[in-house]
Design a protein around this ligand. Structure first.
Ligand SMILES: [Zn+2]
Ligand SMILES: [Zn+2]
Length: 69
């Protein structure tokens, strides 16, 4: 799993601290970037993308956003 530099083309532009995952952006742990990509695997290194927040704080924010939608 190596970053080939392809991810920069799909890199998510606007950094929104809370809305990363909510806005459909996915995180590649290898490339260490958030990107907008339809697949489950990184188009750059092939590593499986993280689509959901890991910690509970993020989850509660997710639930809250559902309520307020
Ligand atoms: Zn990459
Ligand atoms: Zn990657």
């Amino acid at each position: 799993m190596v970053c080939k530099g392809i991810c920069v083309r799909h890199k998510a532009l606007k950094p929104i601290d809370i809305g990363r995952y909510l806005s459909g952006q996915k995180r590649c742990q290898v490339c260490q970037v958030f990107m907008i990509w339809g697949g489950f695997y990184c188009p750059c290194c092939g590593y499986r993308l993280r689509t959901k927040p890991r910690n509970k704080k993020y989850k509660s924010i997710l639930n809250l956003s559902k309520v307020y939608q």
